[in-house]
Design a protein around this ligand. Structure first.
Ligand code: HEM
Length: 244
């Protein structure tokens, strides 16, 4: 049984089900999704939130907490750990929580820019167009940066996985079967576990500023909450294991 979609569709950011997406979205000032704003409203800054994802109530630099969303929506959410995100594993270790945070921030950064350029667009329109851009960014990281390191240039070419020239047009092909085999999901792709170091460094500008043990931090997001203004150190540290 699968919990997530097999598509590279940034479901870690948006969820794999409509219900999770509803819980994660801010909607228009927390209300309905299909309203538009007038030019005057926009000029007056009346509607500040359009097309955005929910962030922390107490600290908007962080993800929303499960308790916060439960309170705001009156939902009962079965979830392990502090933060709510598209993927249930968000709280499994701090590095993962930080990555989820980064992508939610990216969504909101793009949504805010889009709102400025297209003030007449509805919450729904801004959300979906932003989601499209963020998914494309995600796919670019996967196919442009991650897979070439994991598979090497030869395999990328053999299986026609490269992104091609930046201006090369690519289109969604609904005839491609995107499902993955159980053997790959439950066995082969777990090779990723061999990439995980027991101690993850915290780095700033390539200098170590701290470290944490993975084994002491499973489902403990307290350090992420405490260091919300320094999440880049957590990201750099996680990346330094793989690339340095
Ligand atoms: C700190 C990092 C990580 C931890 C603690 C972790 C932990 C886990 C745990 C507890 C499971 C479920 C075990 C089970 O059901 O037997 C799992 C499953 C899995 N992990 Fe990880 N993991 C980590 C990173 C990674 C990475 C980097 C990759 C791949 C690049 C990866 C790929 C997988 C896959 C493919 C599965 C099976 C998923 C499924 O059954 O659908 N993991 N991991």
């Amino acid at each position: 049984m699968n919990i997530l979609t097999a598509f590279a569709d940034a479901s870690n950011v948006y969820g794999s089900e409509e219900n999770r997406e509803r819980q994660l979205r801010e909607f228009r000032n927390g209300a309905s999704s299909d309203t538009t704003q007038s030019k005057e409203d926009f000029d007056e800054g009346a509607y500040f939130i359009l097309g955005r994802l929910r962030t922390g109530k107490e600290n908007p630099n962080l993800l929303p907490t499960v308790a916060q969303v439960e309170e705001e929506l009156g939902d009962r959410i079965e979830f392990m750990g502090l933060f709510l995100a598209g993927d249930d594993r968000v709280n499994e270790m701090p590095g993962l929580a930080v990555m989820h945070t980064l992508w939610v921030r990216e969504h909101n950064r793009v949504a805010d820019q889009m709102r400025e350029h297209r003030p007449e667009w509805s919450d729904e329109k801004i959300f979906q167009e932003t989601r499209r851009i963020v998914i494309a960014e995600w796919q670019n990281v996967l196919y442009g940066e991650y897979l070439p390191i994991i598979l090497g240039p030869g395999t990328m070419q053999d299986y026609e996985l490269d992104l091609g020239a930046p201006d090369e047009y690519s289109e969604y092909n609904p005839r491609v079967n995107a499902t993955i085999s159980h053997a790959f999901a439950t066995a082969a792709y777990r090779f990723g576990h061999t990439l995980i170091n027991g101690v993850v460094k915290l780095m700033k500008s390539l200098r170590q500023v701290g470290s944490y043990k993975v084994r002491d931090n499973f489902f403990d997001s307290s350090q992420v909450s405490a260091a919300s203004d320094q999440l880049s150190a957590w990201n750099e540290g996680t990346c330094s294991k793989i690339f340095c």
